[in-house]
Structures are given as C-alpha cells and as structure tokens.
Design a protein around this ligand. Structure first.
Ligand code: ATP
Length: 317
C-alpha cells in the first residue's frame, strides 16, 4: 500500500458510495495520522457526512478500502466501536433522560470521570436536567462529553459548534485542542471555517464526493485565497514610497488613488510594508490590512471546481 504510514489512524482509498443511482462519494482518498486534527470542509451535499459515516462503519461503502485503527469498519465494527468517540450531526437522546443518567448509561469500564468532563464543558450545573430541558448548545456539549467519555483513540465530530454562542465555541475549541495535546486524533466535519483555521492541522476540501485539495489551512489559503492587501493614506506629493514598495518581496502590485496607497501581494507583504513605514518614521493611523482567509480560499476553490476551464491543483501530502 502506497502512502501507508505507521501512524495511520484512518486510511481511505477509492471510497465510493451511492444512494440509489446517485454517487455521493466518488473515488475518495483520505488519510488521518495519529495526533492530528483533520477537518473535512466543503459545499453542502459534498459527501462529508457520508464519508465519516463510512469511516465509523455506520454505512457500507460500495467500493474502496477503509482501515480505521487497523480495523475494517464494516467487518470489525464490534471491535472498532469502543475505540471511537463520535458526536454526530443528528444525535438525540430520550427526552426524559437526565444528563447524569446519560453519563452512566454511556460509561464503560474505560470511562473517564464524567463529572470532570461535564465541568470542562460547562454542564456541571445541568447534571440533574432532563435532555428535553437542555438548550441547543447544551445538548451539543453533552454529545461531546459522551463522545469523549470512554477515552476514544479517534474522535469524529460532525458540526461540532453548531448552535453554540461565541464564548461556548471558544471553550469547545480549547477542549478539542486539549484532546489533541493529550494524543487523541480528531476528524471533524465543519462549515465554520474560522473553526477549521483555529483547530485543524490539515483540512480536506470536498465537493461532489471528491477531494478538491488538501493541506494546512495556511497552504490552502496561499494556493487559493488570493492576495493580501495593505492600504493607508500617505497624502500627495513627490515621494519614492510607491516605487520602493513595488520592489519589496512578494509585492504584486501597488496602486495610488486619492492620496491612498494600496499594496497587493503575498501575505508577507504586510510585514515588509510595515517595516518600510516604520523605517520612514511614519505609520499612518488609517493603516488597514485585508488578509484572505480560509473562507475566501474555499469559495475560490469551489468556484474554480464548478468551472472546469480553471485548473484545480490536488495537493499531495
Ligand atoms: P452537508 O454539508 O449539507 O451536511 P455533506 O457534505 O455532509 O453535506 P452528505 O450528508 O454526506 O453531505 O450527503 C451527500 C449527498 O447524499 C447529499 O446530496 C444528500 O442529500 C445525500 N444523502 C445523504 N444521505 C442519504 C440517504 N440516506 N439517502 C439518500 N440520499 C442521501
């Protein structure tokens, strides 16, 4: 097997899955290595959930090879289940089940301290609450607690922070980063690209059942997000600033209009322009930067993938 590293946690080759005559995952290759947080991003209906469901043995692939923690998710489903922790998109619990009872119900001999996990996710006060009485965000956090309860080696999170308020999102991100630091491998499906940027060491962008590109968020941004821009007011008058800026590393273009200068180019342009302004002893108060983010990269990638006239590179590890 090519590309099969010894720290492989998930190896998918040529995965294909159809619903009826509709192919929704098409010859998909994917790797997740130990200790990584990998994010699946992409358009609605790209096949992300179907892919993670196949990885968990919840769906039977039509074709392809899957190894998860050295097991076959379909044939070895019983052995795999205790090693996985998953928080799925459409999870639900009986309305009257209390939070504390859910912990007891899901805990196995390997379980960690449920109260410690509830406290970590801000649910300690809700131990005696019925599932039906929890807010959307509290439910989401409870599913995360249940996913982590049995010290899984691989955690699969589908739309992890959907419905959480900004502060709860940050807390959940910190908890997921802590999991990674403790050695747990995480595969997450997300539409929140700031989340992918903050958490994922690697992201895989999908559309129509195929991988469009993959890499670190920084790599995808560099390949697809377009230029960074630095803008500031400099006033009129004879000055060699614009011509100096044009010669800085990574600068693609400098425009001047109405006393304002705009410098376009690679990300490092921001640092070089800043250094030049500091050297001249004048940093304009209206200095503004426009840095393309992962969302811009994905939008461009999805756009170019729709238009086959524009070539899309498929990044290899
Ligand atoms: P989203 O971002 O919208 O959650 P996704 O990338 O996770 O999408 P999937 O949920 O894997 O995509 O769905 C891929 C396609 O397969 C969609 O068009 C969906 O409607 C279809 N699909 C999913 N599950 C089934 C099913 N059980 N039967 C028939 N079609 C299905």
């Amino acid at each position: 097997m090519t590309n099969h590293r010894s720290d492989a946690v998930v190896t998918v080759r040529g995965l294909r899955k159809s619903y009826g005559s509709r192919v929704v995952v098409d010859h998909l290759d994917l790797d997740v290595h130990a200790g990584e947080i990998v994010g699946l991003i992409g358009a609605n209906g790209a096949g992300k959930t179907t892919t993670v469901e196949c990885i968990q043995g919840l769906r039977r692939p039509d074709a392809g090879m899957l190894r998860v923690l050295d097991l076959d998710p379909v044939r070895d489903a019983d052995r795999l289940r205790p090693l996985l922790g998953s928080q799925l998109q459409d999870s639900a619990l009986p309305d009257r089940l209390r939070v504390g009872e859910a912990i007891e119900l899901f805990a196995t001999a390997r379980a960690r301290n449920g109260d410690e996990l509830l406290a970590r996710f801000g649910l300690a006060e809700r131990r005696r609450s019925a599932f039906a009485a929890l807010s959307g965000g509290e439910r989401q956090r409870l599913f995360l607690v249940l996913a982590l309860l049995n010290r899984p080696r691989l955690v699969i999170l589908d739309e992890l922070t959907q419905g959480l308020d900004p502060s709860a999102r940050r807390d959940v991100w910190a908890a997921v980063a802590q999991l990674r630091d403790e050695g747990t491998t995480v595969l997450l499906v997300t539409h929140e690209l700031d989340e992918a940027e903050a958490l994922c060491g690697r992201v895989i962008a999908m559309r129509a059942g195929r991988v469009l590109d993959q890499g670190t968020p920084a790599e995808l941004m560099a390949r697809h997000a377009g230029r960074a821009t630095v803008r500031f007011g400099w006033g009129a008058g004879p000055d060699d600033l614009a011509s100096t800026l044009r010669r800085l590393p990574g600068v693609a273009d400098v425009t001047e209009a109405g006393g304002r200068i705009a410098v376009h180019g690679e990300r490092q342009v921001i640092a070089h322009v800043g250094a030049e302004l500091v050297r001249r002893g004048r940093v304009p108060a209206d200095l503004d930067v426009d840095v393309p983010d992962l969302e811009a990269a994905l939008l461009h990638l999805l756009d170019t993938a729709t238009n086959p006239a524009v070539p899309v590179l498929t990044g290899a590890r």
